[in-house]
Design a binder for this molecule. Structure first.
Ligand code: SF4
Length: 373
C-alpha cells in the first residue's frame, strides 16, 4: 500500500496555528463518526492528551462514549479524574502488572528496544525478522539505500545479557487486549489521542496510514497526530480545561521566555507562540513504566516524593525465579535490582534509600551480578 503522507507533510501540518489544527481534528472525528454511524468511542486514559481529545469530541458529539482501561498503574489522581467524567466505561485487564512482568519481562528503555531484546532472546528459529533485529543490535542493519539504518541500537546490545526478562508485551496485556475485547463485543471503533511526534514508530505509522486508518486490521482514528505537546498545553490553558491533579497547573515556561515578555503576555492575555509547562508531572502515564526512562531519569525518584507507598512497592522485593532470572516476588516488583544492574552499565536512574533496598532484599548472588559488567 502506498504511503498516505510524507515527513514534510507532518512538519508542515505541525507548523500550522492551533486553531487550524483544531478544525482539522474536528474534521477527522466527524469523518470517523459518520463512517461508523456513531459506533465509535474515545480512548480515555485520564491523561492530558486524551482529556483534550475528549473535550473536542464531546463539543461535536456530547454523547460520545469514553473508555478507560483501569490498569492499576495510573497515578491515583489520574484514575479518579478519569472515572469522575460522565459516560465513561471502565475496563480492567485480566492479568495484573506483577504477573505480566513475571510472564513476559520488565518494560524498560523503550518499546522498540524491549521488543528487539525480547524477540532475539525468545525466538527459536533465526528467521528474517530475528536476523534483522540482531543486526540492529550489532549496529549493522541498513536501510533501502544501503546506508546504516537510523533504527540501529548497538548501545542497547548489553541488555541481551541482563539477568532479568525484558519485554514490550505489557501494553498488549494491560491495555490493548481489554480494548480489543470491548471493540469486538460492542462493535465500536476507537479514537485515540496519539501524536506522530512521540516516537519513530508512531511517525512511521502516520506516514503509512494517515490519521484515520480505515484499512488496518484494527481500524483506528488518531485525529491529533499532527499536534505537539505544546499544542495540548496551550489548548488546556486557553480553554481553562480541568486536568488530573498529578499534572499540577499549566503555566508559561519561564525558561523559554525573554525577560519582561511574560508580564506583557499576562497583561494582553495573548499567549500566541508561548511555551507552556506543567508544575507537576510532565507525563502521567503508567507510574511504574520504565519505557522512556532515559529521557526522564528522575521518574522513580519523583514517584518516591509524590506516591511513597507505591514507589516502595515497585522498588522493594524481587527474587530469582526458577528460570534463574530476576522477577517480582510477593514483597514487591524488585525494581531496585533492575535499576542497580542498569547503573553498573552506565544508565544511572536515581532513587532514594538504595542501600536499604540492597541490604534488605539483596543476596550474595545479587552483589556478584551487580559487579560483573
Ligand atoms: S505504558 Fe508501560 S507499564 Fe503501562 S501498560 Fe504499557 S508497558 Fe505496561
Amino acid at each position: 500500500m502506498e504511503n498516505k503522507h510524507t515527513l514534510s507533510d507532518l512538519r508542515q501540518m505541525q507548523s500550522l496555528p492551533l486553531s487550524a489544527k483544531i478544525r482539522m481534528t474536528e474534521y477527522r472525528i466527524r469523518e470517523w463518526y459518520e463512517a461508523f454511524e456513531g459506533n465509535v468511542y474515545v480512548s480515555f486514559s485520564g491523561g492530558k492528551d486524551s482529556t483534550v481529545l475528549l473535550d473536542i469530541a464531546r463539543r461535536l458529539y456530547p454523547d460520545i462514549e469514553a473508555v478507560f482501561v483501569n490498569t492499576g498503574l495510573e497515578y491515583p489522581s489520574v484514575r479518579k479524574f478519569a472515572l469522575s467524567k460522565e459516560n465513561v466505561t471502565e475496563l480492567r485487564p485480566r492479568m495484573n502488572f506483577k504477573d505480566v512482568v513475571i510472564k513476559y519481562g520488565y518494560p524498560i528503555i523503550s518499546k522498540e528496544v524491549a521488543q528487539t531484546i525480547y524477540e532475539v532472546r525468545n525466538s527459536k528459529s533465526k528467521d528474517k525478522t530475528v536476523l534483522h533485529r540482531m543486526k540492529k543490535l550489532d549496529g549493522k542493519a541498513t536501510d533501502k539505500n544501503g546506508n546504516l539504518s537510523r533504527y540501529n541500537i548497538p548501545q542497547w546490545k548489553f541488555l541481551l545479557y541482563a539477568p532479568f526478562n525484558i519485554s514490550h508485551l505489557c501494553c498488549d496485556s494491560m491495555k490493548k487486549k481489554p480494548s480489543k475485547l470491548y471493540e469486538k463485543a460492542m462493535k465500536n471503533q476507537p479514537i485515540i489521542a496519539t501524536m506522530a511526534d512521540e516516537s519513530f514508530l508512531r511517525t512511521t505509522k502516520w506516514i503509512k496510514n494517515g490519521c484515520n486508518a480505515f484499512n488496518l486490521k484494527r481500524p483506528q482514528s488518531n485525529p491529533m497526530s499532527f499536534w505537539t505537546e505544546n499544542d495540548v498545553l496551550t489548548y488546556i490553558h486557553e480553554n481553562n480545561l480541568e486536568i488530573a491533579e498529578a499534572y499540577g497547573d499549566i503555566v508559561v515556561d519561564q525558561k523559554e521566555q525573554i525577560e519582561g515578555q511574560m508580564n506583557l503576555m499576562d497583561f494582553l492575555g495573548d499567549y500566541t507562540d508561548c511555551k507552556f509547562c506543567t508544575t507537576g508531572c510532565k507525563r502521567a502515564g503508567c507510574i511504574f513504566c520504565l519505557f522512556g526512562i532515559t529521557q526522564d531519569l528522575f521518574r522513580i525518584y519523583n514517584l518516591q516524593k509524590q506516591e511513597p507507598k507505591l514507589a516502595d512497592y515497585v522498588l522493594r522485593g524481587g527474587e530469582f525465579g526458577e528460570s534463574g532470572m530476576w522477577q517480582p516476588s510477593k514483597e514487591g516488583m524488585g525494581y531496585w535490582f533492575v535499576l542497580d544492574w542498569l547503573a553498573t552499565h552506565g544508565i544511572k536512574i536515581p532513587y532514594e534509600n538504595a542501600e536499604h533496598y540492597r541490604d534488605t532484599y539483596g543476596t550474595n548472588r545479587n552483589r556478584i551480578l551487580l559487579t560483573i559488567k
